[in-house]
Each structure stands twice: as C-alpha cells, then as structure tokens.
Design a protein around this ligand. Structure first.
Ligand code: CTP
Length: 396
C-alpha cells in the first residue's frame, strides 16, 4: 500500500522514524513529507534513507511531477505523526502553504492524525475545535497518551507507542468503516485478582489480548474508547484511555462510572465470581501442618448489574458480554445471555491452548432475538472487528 507519512515539528518526530520502519519492513511504499521545521528535529537524510524515497517539504521541488497533487491523490493512507497544534489548525482550516498541507487537501484516502504537544496546547479550545472539525470530516485523530512530556511536566500530550499507532493504521488500511465515529465505548479486559494477603491473590489466565484488540479496532473505527484493564501486561493501545484496576470491585466502580454515558459497553474481562472472605493484613504464615480452608464470598456480577441498570436509562445502548465456556458451550451461553440482560454474548471455548494468551480466537456470537453468528478462527483483531460489525448497526 502507498502511505504518506507527514511529520510535523514536534520533539516526537524521532519516534516517527520507528513508525516509518514498521511500514517499510511490512512492505508498504512510504513517502515522508516533513514540514520545514520538522527537519530541525530529524534531518532529511534520515527520512530519505529509511524510506528509500526522496523527501521534499515544499511544492517548488520537482514541479514537473506536480507533487502537491500527486502524492495525496495516489496515497492509500496519510498518517501525520506527530501532528502539532499548528498542523491540526492548518488542516482544519484548509491552509496549503507547504507540501504536507497540500497533500492533506488532495488526499481522498483515510487520514490519521497522531497529535503530540504540551497538555495546555492540546486542551486549548482552539485545538479542541480543530480536532472536532477534522473528526467530523472523517479523519481519525488518535488521542495522545498521558505521561512524561518534554521537560519535567506530565499529562496528556505524548505521542503513543509507534507500534500502537502502526496497529491503528493497519486497521484503517484494512478498509473497515468509521462506523463508531463519535461513539463512546467502554471495554473491560484482562482478569481480576482477589487478594488473600499482601502478596497472594486468586486470579485467572486471561491475558487481555482480546479486550485490547477490541480497543484498537474501535479507535480505528473512530470511537472514543475507555479501556478498563485488570492486570494486563500489554502496551496501551494508541488513542484509548486506559484505567488500571486489580479486583472485581474496583473494576465494577470504574466500569459503572464510565458506562453512565457510554454508547457501548463490552465486558471482555474475566471477572472472578468469588473473592476471599477476608484479606489478611500480613502475609499468611505456614503455622500448622494442615492449611486452613479459604472461605469465599460472592463478587458483584457487573454485566448483570449493567443489564439491570439500563432498563431504566438509555445508556449503554448496546451491552456485550463474553462467556468463557469449557463444556456445553452454546447451551450455557444462551442461558447466560438471558440471565445477564445483554444484547450479545461472545462465546469462546476455553481450555488448554484455546483462547487464553494466544493471538487467535474463534467465537460464536449469540444475539438477543436473532440467530447466532459464527466467527471463524482468526487474529483477535479480526474477531474484534467482526464483533463491531454486529454492534455498529444497532447504534443507528
Ligand atoms: N462478569 C461480570 N461480573 C462477574 C462475572 C462475570 O461482569 N462477577 C461478566 C464477564 O465479564 C463476561 C460475562 O459476565 O462478560 C460472563 O462471564 P463468565 O465468567 O463466563 O460467566 P459467569 O457469570 O461467571 O458464569 P459461570 O461462571 O457460571 O460460567
């Protein structure tokens, strides 16, 4: 595929070198179009060597090739990383003073912006308005990550991990529609840990991969994503707001709070049904020869609670559960769908080497009032997109 990588004048320009490599190493043809000031951060020879293509910043080079029109017209994807407040403003207003902004005006392919700037600039009403305009016109704008910025300050404004920006771009290139644009989506992922004492817990084998794939694909389809992650050791998906939790009760608080105005809630987390009745303040010692039995109490059923809550309020519009089953997969799933009051239940068969921790998944989606839909074994991102294909039509 033909990709134009726009690079604006931000310190995060050096991270775009990594993004460029990910594109070229996976066989994409990349033309890098920096702004003139971006070259103060990373020079032209670096972009030329890494892309294997000439690099120009203005419309007066190689005029016979009409580059200001040609690059945008021929691209399958334009990604601007980092996108500065200045470039977002120019793009929102249709200014065309250099090759990058000309390319943005002539491109008819999907455009992805990955902004990076100081928090004050990101939060400024002018930038907010420009981002809203670009999104309304169909661009994907990846919210910046939260963390250390240039200098000592921290906050929203960091360029996300280039590998994660790359994942969003790949999903956009896969041609899925932007049918979650403007939708608020809450996804839980991972597995809860229920503490026995300060060092031990009862947990499960959920890796969080399927929930993270749901988050990535939802961002690429234009959604505003809150990802509630229970004990997941994976990089944050670009553009998602990640909230970390440990126990079922913490997960419940965060999910219920985020769901109050959400269009879609997907409970992909493996939530412990029980927790130890008591959490010892100090590490439990091996005092007697025979261990004490661990007394358990029931955890709240978050999905069932959401199913109840929305009987009285309009949110969430679509509620999706996951079900991990080892036996009688479909019969158990149908009973669960009814019991939990959700619109869809994505049923996986789990067990040794199935689903947990693997990059692939297969599922049957049980749909309230409809026929089950089979999702053939595929990468978890494709399974996630198949779920969104079923969710999106229910939102309109
Ligand atoms: N779930 C939840 N709260 C719980 C348990 C599960 O919100 N305390 C959600 C899970 O996130 C998932 C769905 O309910 O979306 C089904 O989870 P599963 O573990 O398969 O179902 P259980 O209700 O635990 O039923 P069982 O253990 O009997 O199979």
């Amino acid at each position: 595929m033909r990709v134009v990588l726009g690079v604006a004048a931000g310190i995060a320009a050096y991270k775009a070198c990594e993004l460029l490599r990910l594109f070229t190493e996976s066989g994409h043809e990349v033309r890098v179009v920096p702004t003139r000031d971006a070259l103060r951060f990373v020079g032209e020879p670096t972009w030329a060597a890494l892309s294997g293509n000439p690099v120009t910043v203005d419309v007066w080079d190689s005029v016979h090739e009409v580059p200001h029109v040609r690059l945008g017209q021929r691209a399958d994807l334009v990604v601007v990383a980092p996108a500065t407040a200045d470039v977002l403003a120019k793009a929102a207003h249709g200014l065309a003073g250099d090759l990058l902004t000309n390319t943005l005006l002539t491109a008819r392919c999907p455009v992805v912006y990955s902004p990076a700037m100081h928090t004050e600039m990101w939060d400024h009403p002018a930038t907010r308005a420009n981002v809203a305009t670009l999104r309304e016109r169909g661009a994907i704008v990846i919210d910046p990550a939260v963390g250390r910025l240039t200098g000592a300050d921290t906050g929203p404004g960091r360029l996300p991990d280039p590998a994660e920006i790359f994942q969003v771009c790949l999903r956009v290139l896969s041609g899925r529609p932007r049918d979650l644009a403007g939708r608020k989506v809450v996804i839980s992922a991972g597995g809860t840990r229920e503490a026995l004492d300060p060092v031990r817990f009862l947990g499960n084998r959920s890796s969080g991969l399927q929930g993270y794939a749901l988050a990535r694909t939802a961002v690429a389809r234009g959604a505003e994503v809150t990802l509630v992650a229970a004990n997941v050791a994976l990089p944050d998906p670009a553009g998602a707001k990640v909230v970390r939790v440990e126990s079922a009760r913490e997960l419940r608080t965060v999910v219920l709070d985020a769901s109050a105005d959400a269009d879609v809630v997907v409970m992909a987390a493996a939530v412990a049904d029980f927790r130890p009745a008591e959490r010892a303040e100090s590490k439990i010692k091996k005092t007697s020869a025979e261990p004490d039995a661990i007394a358990l109490v029931k955890n709240p059923d978050i999905l069932a609670e959401l199913g109840e809550v929305r009987k009285g309020v309009p949110y969430p519009k679509v509620l999706v559960g996951f079900a991990a089953e080892t036996d009688d997969v479909l019969a158990n799933g149908q009973a669960k769908l009814a019991r939990k009051g959700c619109d869809m239940l994505v049923v996986n068969q789990v067990g040794e080497n199935l689903a947990f921790g693997t990059p692939d998944n297969a599922a049957t989606v049980l749909v309230a009032g409809g026929d089950p839909v089979e999702i053939a074994r595929a990468p978890k991102e494709d399974v996630a997109d198949a779920v969104w294909d079923l969710v999106a039509p229910r939102l309109s």
